[in-house]
Design a protein around this ligand. Structure first.
Ligand code: SAJ
Length: 426
């Protein structure tokens, strides 16, 4: 009799996790409250893009190892992988975690294991989950085993990283830990490190906070590079040759619903002390407005300029626009009354004035702005499109272009982290 698993939440983590366990011999029921998602999955179509997911999903659905439903079912193990968005007050919205936990209560049996995978503020497992689970009358830690095991996979490499990455398991007691490790060992090839629940919650948050603080450092260094007439990209590249230096890269801001969110879960729990974490968030959240200022400077002497934004996804080579800095820049420019033309070779969402073909997006433009490092943009040679420009202004926020060559070809280029229009005025 194979172990039965119920996965609550079929998003970009829950669904691949359900598929992975189904491929490794478990009988899996994937549960989502979104009826459209469930109907779509039942019709074998996917609501998320991830390399390798389609074939894996079809094989476990066809074999019956995975079934999907809007309601939970009796199982041996429950994984909660529901969203933990952030409120406008920058606090974790745990309503999905709470409702998913309450939804499984009627189905829980003695010796069940409940694993929270959602990214949550420290102490959520102990202070929120355990009291709810205790409503069953079972003793948590004895009748019910509970742990937190955060995901750390990179969208686009999800299945490789689900298998290869080391994993953290934080149990409310040792038995919870051991049972959780046993489960993940079904496919995890990386090391599995055991700790307690609150430490595991904190590990996930500090992984992403480390990245956010380092991106903020890079973004601050970019402004300093502009002030001192130093190409900060060259400086960072050379500094990173130091064996113990890994300075991140400047950009138009920090997108995605992880790096831009997780640090706030620490600030929420320790607001007085989280000064560097808070300031880093502020630096990264104001980066898009700084790019808007640079664009405005570039077109200030042009009547009724057309501005072309290339790259809407929150980072290169993906199609996800969630929390994308490009959308912040786009809406600020629209609010200021600028005419925009948009382009992104991967993003499927429709936006007003979004062009399929690059040459149409830059036709008659007065300022071409690169915001996302898609490989397709790296291969571009803008001199091929020279005649299309109305004014050959190019703003490069991600050090994508060969600026010297373009300037020799009559382009006015601006590299964030180096050029400084104010200084050039003098
Ligand atoms: N970014 C920069 N400069 C950099 C690196 C990134 O501006 O040097 C920007 C990106 O353009 C993007 C944002 O930051 O807008 C986030 O980029 P990311 O590469 O961190 O991508 P995520 O958010 O998809 O993935 C992160 C990863 N966490 C870490 O690398 C520590 C991933 O492993 C996590 O699983 C994921 O968050 C998550 O789900 O938490």
């Amino acid at each position: 009799m194979s172990m039965k698993l119920c996965v609550m939440g079929l998003g970009y983590i829950g669904l691949p996790t359900a598929v992975m366990f189904a491929q490794h011999g478990l009988e899996v029921v994937g549960v989502d409250i979104n009826e459209n998602v469930i109907n779509q999955l039942k019709n074998r179509s996917l609501h998320i893009e991830e390399p390798g997911l389609k074939d894996r999903f079809h094989s476990v659905m066809n074999s019956g190892k995975l079934t999907v439903s809007t309601v939970p079912t009796e199982a041996d193990v429950y994984i909660i992988a529901v969203p933990t968005p952030i409120t406008k007050d920058k606090e974790a919205d745990l309503s999905y975690v709470i409702s998913a936990t309450e939804a499984i209560l009627p189905f829980l049996k003695k010796d069940n294991l409940i694993i929270l995978e959602s990214t949550v503020p420290p102490r959520t497992t102990e202070d929120i989950l355990l009291p709810i689970l205790s409503q069953t009358g079972y003793k948590v830690g004895i009748d019910l085993l509970v742990s937190h095991s955060p995901e750390r996979v990179l969208p686009g490499r999800l299945f490789e990283e689900l298998i290869e990455n080391d994993r953290i398991v934080g149990g409310i007691n040792e038995e919870s830990c051991l049972k959780t490790v046993f489960l993940y060992k079904k496919f995890v090839k990386g090391n599995i490190y055991m700790t307690d629940a609150k430490t595991a919650e904190m590990v996930k948050l500090i992984e992403n906070t480390y990245r956010d603080v380092n991106i903020a450092l890079a973004n601050e260094l970019a402004v300093i590079g502009e002030q001192l007439d130093i190409n900060i990209w060259d400086a960072i590249k050379l500094a990173n040759y130091h064996p113990r230096v890994n300075i991140h890269f400047p950009g138009p801001g920090v997108g995605g619903h992880c790096i831009a969110v997780d640090p706030w879960f620490i600030v929420e729990k320790s607001p007085e002390t989280s000064k560097l974490i808070h300031l880093s968030r502020t630096i990264n959240e104001t980066a898009p407005s700084r790019i808007v200022n640079i664009i405005e400077q570039t077109v200030k002497d042009i009547d009724d300029p057309i501005i072309t934004l290339c790259g809407l996804a929150y980072k290169g080579n993906i199609d996800d626009v969630r929390e994308s800095p490009s959308l912040v820049i786009m809406s600020e420019l629209i609010k200021k009354g600028y005419k925009l033309k948009l382009h992104d070779p991967l993003v499927k969402e429709n936006f007003a004035n979004k062009y399929v073909h690059f040459e149409d997006a830059i036709d008659n433009t007065d300022c071409l702005v690169f915001l996302t490092r898609h490989d397709g943009y790296l291969k571009l040679n803008l001199t091929d499109y020279k005649e299309k420009f109305n004014h050959r202004n190019v703003v490069d926020t991600i050090n994508l272009l060969n600026h010297e060559m373009l300037q020799n070809e009559g382009f006015d280029t601006y590299l964030v982290g180096y050029n400084n229009l104010e200084k050039e005025e003098k």
